[in-house]
Structure formats: C-alpha cells, structure tokens
Design a binder for this molecule. Structure first.
Ligand code: EPU
Length: 440
C-alpha cells in the first residue's frame, strides 16, 4: 500500500509568507566536510529534511557525534574517533541518498579506507559515478568490488593530481575538493562545476584551513595541507526550494513571499520568471513572487550548469508554463531523463510533448541518443484534478503544484519523498491557505 497520500482541492491561489533555510545540496556536503578534522564543527541554518537525517545517521555510524537542534537549525559535529561501519548498515541507509560516495575523501584521509554502497537518490537518469571513481583512483585509491558496494584503500595516502572533468559535475567537483584539501601536493581541477553551493563548500573548507583558488574558467587549484580545523558556518539559502515556491505562486495565480531567498544565487531564475510574466520584489530579508493577473508568456528555455538555469528549477517551471499563452520549448541538458513527470501533467489536461532531439540553441550530450530530453508545452491549458503518483523529489513537488493549480480534487500519492528536500512542506501549504488533507 502506498502511504503518504494527499487529497488536494485545487484551483485556489497560494497566498502568504513562508521561509526557506539552508540549501539541501550544500548542507549535506558541509556535514561530510566536518569529517576532515577531529575538531568540532558547527553548521547553522540547517533545515529539517530527510537528507539531513540520513547524513547525520551516516556520520554517527562512522563514530561521529552529531547533535541537531531543529528549532535553532544548528548541527554540531564532533568526529573524534572514526571507524568504518558494517557495509550492511551503510547500505541500508544509502537506499535514500547519494551522499555516501562523498565520504570517500575524508575517510581515506582519516582511516586509509572507505566503503561506497550501491547508490540511491532520485531516479532522474542513470546517474553514474564514473567521474568520482576516476578522481579517487587518480589520487591513489585502490578499489575492490564487494557484495554491497566498493571497498577503497589508500595505503600511501592520497596524492594530488591534475583532474579534468569531462562534464562540470557538481558531485565530482565536490569529490575532488574533499579529496584534494588534505592530499599531498597541488591539485589542478579543470572543467569544474561552480554552483553557488560549491562556492559555499569552498568557503567552509577555507575556514577549516584549506588553500583553494577559483579561476574564472572552471579551473580550481587546491594546495593540500596536512591538517584542518573545525568550522562555524551559516549555510546559504535553498535556491531550489525558493524557486519551487515562486513557480507555485505563478501556477496557482498566487502571491508568495519567500523569507530567506536571496537574489545573488537566483539571477538566472529571476530573469526567466520576469520573461514569463511573473512579478517579484526583492528585499534584504525575502523575495516576494506573484502572478500579475494578466496572461503569462511562453518562452524557450534550456537548463544548464551554473550560471545557467538549474535543472532543479525546470520541473516546477514547466508546471507554470502550462498556464502561459503559446508554445514553450524546454531543453534539458543536465539529465537525460527528467521529463517523466510530464505524463501526469498531461493526465491533468496539460499539452506537453517530449522529443529526443535537442530543441534548443545548444547541442547537448543527449542529442540523438534516444533520450526524451526536450519538451514542447502548449498553453494555456486549464488543469483538472487527477490521481497521481510522485516520481521523485522535484517531479513530486511539481505534481503537487499542478494539483494545487488544478480545478477539482486530486489524490497525490507518495508525497513523503518531498520531505527529502522541502522542510515542513505541509505546514507551509497550510500557511499559504492550500486546501489539502493527508489521507494516509
Ligand atoms: N555524471 C556522470 N558521471 C559522474 C557524475 C555525474 O556522467 O560520475 C553526470 C550525471 O549523470 C548528470 C550530470 O553529470 O547527467 C550532472 O550530475 P552532477 O554530478 O552534477 O549531479 P549530482 O552531484 O549527482 C547534484 C544535486 C542535484 C542536482 C545536480 C545538478 C546534490 C545532492 N544533488 O547532483 O540535485 O540536480 O547536482 O545541479 O547535490 C535535487 O536536489 O533534487 C537534485 C537532484
């Protein structure tokens, strides 16, 4: 039986004020970085989301002390004495996260060995880890396949190397940073991802005593140091969550003030929002997003690595585009399989067709490879309620927005996955005057 079923009576605007805290995609990495030292680290602005629970549990399994004050949003991590836990325990937790692979660098430094379980995370494509493994191997780690995953050892310690990433992968850039900060020698990383969450991780590593230089051409130099100290840091806000609520305002004809949202990491999103016809107002504390009451405008859109339009904004924006006048064309260039969620939207009355071709100005890695990675959205189409099942984190939130925008009643199943990345989303829906009831 599917649990986490939400009954949604849609068709009314979401209005009100909500707050976002630290970025899911920084917080988990910052918690792993704490393992690079024996000293205590303190991370602030930490949201209560499932991913934080998973990483806390993983850290505890390795012997670290982790205290999370949910109301204050503060995590204290003391990784004094570490050990490699039983692979079965890591594997049991890993089903819901891709973070364990980032434990490798710190564990190889601290223990000389690490274990990578078969990885989970959202099913939005193959999501291989070849770049990660290559980086670790280049740094001198040897791996051995075991029943539940890979065991790695680095008997001589990690040694800095030139690393080139064939694609600016966020995770592989973080892997390189976490391995290089305490490796012997200087690492030159080219083809690096430069997402704001990565810059915040670099800021944390610098606080810990690391020597890192970021050039303008996706090149990062890391000068290895023998030891690092603990850090105190306030995580940057979650721009994906902020963008998701902004799209919810647009799709439902509402008006949402997102306290904690910051302009600097959302420039590209704000440009697109404005072009579609959405209105926003920026203050030091918040960004207010609202539907203007006049028709929205269709547009061509391509997702890309930073500073492009993030892939994680794509799904909620597509829901808003179903309400825009004319034809929008969205080309997904980061993941090969991120339009599965449009099926449910079509069931609700949207007119979205997906294509294998690159429908955009950029030729991407997925062109002519049988991946449905472009979408054509014809709008505006009134949406009507339906019974839908949540596919993954961002797709799931987008289904929820669609149900809230739709007239009539929807049942959205599997909503608990949304807790992985959206803090207190049920309370936030209530604060925005959504008409929802949890059925199971
Ligand atoms: N890739 C490879 N080989 C690798 C690693 C990545 O081919 O070894 C490919 C992936 O298959 C994908 C592309 O490179 O096509 C980009 O993947 P990337 O490594 O950048 O993604 P990630 O680190 O696994 C993080 C976020 C994702 C976000 C992406 C892109 C976390 C925990 N996850 O994933 O967030 O979409 O970067 O910005 O930081 C989410 O929050 O819902 C989410 C999926």
């Amino acid at each position: 039986m599917v649990v986490g079923i939400l009954q949604v009576r849609g068709g009314r605007p979401l209005n009100g004020t909500i707050r976002v805290r630290g970025a899911k995609n920084l917080v988990s990495k910052a918690m792993v970085a704490a393992l690079l030292t024996e000293e205590t680290s303190v991370l602030r602005n930490v949201p209560l989301i499932r991913d934080v629970d998973v990483v806390s549990e993983l850290l505890r399994l390795h012997g670290a002390e982790v205290d999370y004050d949910q109301d204050a949003g503060t995590v204290r991590i003391t990784p004094g004495q570490l050990h490699l836990p039983d692979p079965g325990q890591v594997d049991a937790l890993a089903g819901s996260s891709r973070i364990p692979i980032l434990f490798c660098g710190p564990l190889l430094h601290r223990l000389g060995e690490a274990f990578i379980p078969d990885l989970g995370g959202c099913h939005i494509g193959d999501r291989p880890v070849d770049f990660h493994l290559q980086v670790l191997e280049d740094f001198g780690a040897q791996r051995d396949a075991q029943e539940l995953g890979l065991h790695l050892v680095a008997p001589q310690g990690l040694v800095a190397r030139k690393v080139h990433l064939p694609y600016p992968s966020v995770g592989a850039t973080e892997q390189t940073l976490l391995a290089a900060v305490r490796a012997r020698g200087i690492t030159e990383l080219t083809g690096a991802a430069v997402e704001p969450e990565i810059m915040d991780l670099i800021a944390i590593l610098q606080k810990m005593g690391a020597l890192i230089t970021v050039d303008t051409d996706r090149t990062i130099h890391i000068e290895g140091v023998a030891r690092l100290n603990g850090y105190t840091h306030t995580a940057l806000p979650d721009r994906i969550e902020a963008g998701s609520w902004a799209c919810a305002a647009l799709a439902t004809g509402g008006d949402i003030t997102v306290v904690g949202a910051k302009q600097d990491s959302m420039m590209n999103f704000l440009n697109v929002y404005r072009k579609v016809g959405g209105q926003f107002e920026i203050t030091d504390e918040a960004i207010r997003f609202w539907h203007p009451g006049t028709p929205l405008t269709s547009l061509p859109l391509e997702t890309d690595v930073h500073p492009g339009f993030m892939t994680d904004w794509q799904q909620p924006m597509v829901v808003a585009l179903t309400q825009a006048e004319g034809v929008s064309v969205v080309h997904e260039t980061v993941y090969e399989n991120r339009f599965g969620f449009t099926k449910a939207l079509n069931q609700m009355g949207a007119r979205i067709q997906v294509y294998r071709e690159c429908l955009g100005s950029k030729k991407c890695r997925f062109g002519l490879q049988n991946f449905y990675h472009s979408a054509v959205i014809q709008g505006p189409t009134p949406l009507h309620g339906a019974d839908i099942e949540v596919p993954d984190l961002r797709g799931g939130f987008s289904h929820l927005i669609a149900a809230l925008a739709a007239s009539g009643e929807s049942r959205v199943s599997g909503i608990d996955i949304i807790n992985r990345g959206y803090e207190h989303f049920m309370q936030k829906l209530a604060a925005l005057n959504a008409d929802v009831t949890r059925l199971s």
